[in-house]
Write a protein that binds this ligand. Sequence first.
Ligand SMILES: [Zn+2]
Length: 466
Amino acid sequence: MKQKNNPISRLHRFVASILLLSLTLVPMQRSVAQDGGTMTFIRDAEIEHYLRALSTPIFRAADLDPKAVSLLLIQNSEINAFVAGGINIFFYTGLLQVTDTPEQLQGVIAHETGHIAGGHLARGSQAMRHASAQAIIGMLAGLAAGIASGKGEVAIGAIGGAQEIAQRNLMRYSREQESFADTAALRFLDSIGQSAKGMLEFMKKLAGQDILPIDRQIEYVRTHPLSQDRVNNIEHHLQSRPELANKTLGAAVLLMHERMKAKLLGYLQPETALLRYTDKDPRLPARYARAIALYRTSQLPRALAVVETLLKEEPENPFFIELKAQMLFENGRVSEAITLYQKTVDLVPDSALLRVAYAHALLESKKDGVLDQVIAHLTEANRLEERNGQTWRFLAAAWTRKAELTKSPHDQGLVSYALAEEAISNGQDKEAGQYAARALRTLSKGSPYWLKAQDIKLNVEHNRND
Ligand SMILES: [Zn+2]
């Protein structure tokens, strides 16, 4: 496997795999108890698409390959964003919800990219090499718990090895690192012709937070220490670029931002969304939040009625279609959902998430005739996005059904191979090795999947001996 020689990629793929356990912004899997809450990763095609749109120009300005940077969402009402485990930017949903404009959010992304450019986390990567998905979530949770209890240092002292280093990395940037990240961020914004006004606004929003006792500060301020110097620097920079002062990302991007916030509110705080957006509010983001909140509070007929108003306005919006498909699918209306999911894949062929959702719905139709189609979509999803444990689980299910029909040992071997890939994605090396060995016994020797199964087996053995 091609990640073999890259110390970061192991972590990378584990992190990626946790996220993949769910498709849309339904509270997903992989929660780890922490002080007073859970740490949950979420996936959503629309929000990820938006974050990509904001960050891609910044990554290019920083000479980073945009594809090499993972953008990960953590469901958490705290405000924070940070870089961890190599080039992964983590965003708390609380931060996304508290930004008022796309320019503010882009400022945060530029700053985090500054930390990547500064290599501020490089020293953790070697130790993180063996961190499993569970360990990463555990250390994030442990970190939050440690800080929340005001015993961050104690919590760190109690944890050894990779976790300790990772936690220290996540813990708190130095003032020098903050200054470096700001300077880099300003340079990136300059080079894409964007104003630093959003960055300044976001920082001012946090100002005042730094004078609170540390255990009451929001996480972003604890991890990224604020100072008047930082504010002054950005203000100074802004004044030196009068031509950019009122530059914005434009109305279309603002709309994406509003929709992201509406979606997060509808999913994560449906009761609040229903109070904030009454049926008298005709604005599109309000109706979007309301449709999602109604669905999340089990009011399907009303939710569908609101979705119809969205679709009437934007019949080709893949995310509105996806929402309707999800509502129908989760309420047992599988064949209607399939038609809609198919449309989303036609509209956004390069979205792995939409393809997996479509394949899942097809699988649930329990029709043998769709199996080859399911396998084709999942294989394409794997090509678009590596290391998605859920994709492999569905592939194992599809190949199991196929093997029952064909009675072919090779097809049975494919099931073992898919389970090996799923285990790798979930950080379960031992199980992966066992499934790979089983796959090698039944797959046709020398066939492409036989070679992949052998790669997994060798890789697992190699890692064990490290
Ligand atoms: Zn910072």
